[in-house]
Ligand binder design. Structure first.
Ligand SMILES: [Zn+2]
Length: 206
């Protein structure tokens, strides 16, 4: 079985409880510490087996193989990847059966991660997630005051909802660029400052 580690919790000594997003499920598994075990970390894609036992409600992780990506050696890309993958845990923790969408989204992102600014990839992926969940923003009205928004005064808040800059107390973003993002998943028209801003908004949570 393969999956992405989206949460890694240290328990007594060096044991770990891992939450792993597989193709269709979120697995929570126990990993006993052992000197022969290789290092595993948040965000890593691994191949593994699960051993169930009558003595414990939580399965044991074994036969772990780390499936690396070349960009893991780049500190910045790895850090942003770990922040991004960690966002999936609070979003999915209530569901055991996740469907394949979230795993496939991470597969697609991991594939592209070295090719451009990873914050752009994350932002574009998040819009795909919003679309999948039917949560794309209302492009006409402010989330806070519910009044009409015109193109001169748009910003995005958590969940990428639209708001007036004055209602959200945030820097504005270019309306055309945001529309392109929402309608075509493209971050092409966002400048790097806007990408940084939307990335920070994204890290507030899905
Ligand atoms: Zn408003």
């Amino acid at each position: 079985m393969q999956g992405y580690i989206i949460r890694l919790q240290r328990v007594k000594d060096e044991d770990l409880i891992l939450s792993i997003l597989t193709k269709n499920r979120l697995e929570t598994l126990y990993r006993f510490y052992g000197a022969r075990h290789g290092t595993i970390n948040l965000g890593y894609k691994i191949d593994f087996e699960i051993e169930h036992s009558l003595k414990s409600s939580i399965g044991r992780l074994y036969d772990v193989v780390h499936l690396g990506f070349p960009w893991l050696l780049e500190q910045d890309r790895l850090r942003i990847w770990q922040q991004f993958t960690a966002l999936f845990y609070p979003h999915l923790k209530e569901s055991e059966e996740t469907g394949s969408f979230y795993f496939m989204l991470l597969e697609q992102c991991a594939e592209q991660w070295a090719r451009q600014n990873p914050k752009r990839i994350a932002i574009e992926a998040y819009v795909q997630l919003l679309r999948h969940e039917g949560r794309l923003p209302d492009l006409e009205h402010c989330f806070f005051c519910e009044h009409h928004i015109d193109d001169a005064d748009i910003t995005l808040i958590r969940g990428f909802q639209y708001a007036h800059t004055s209602c959200a107390h945030r820097q504005g973003v270019c309306a055309t660029a945001v529309k392109e993002l929402m309608q075509h998943n493209g971050s092409l028209f966002l400048n790097d400052d806007e990408v940084d801003q939307l990335w920070l908004t994204l890290t507030e949570g899905f």
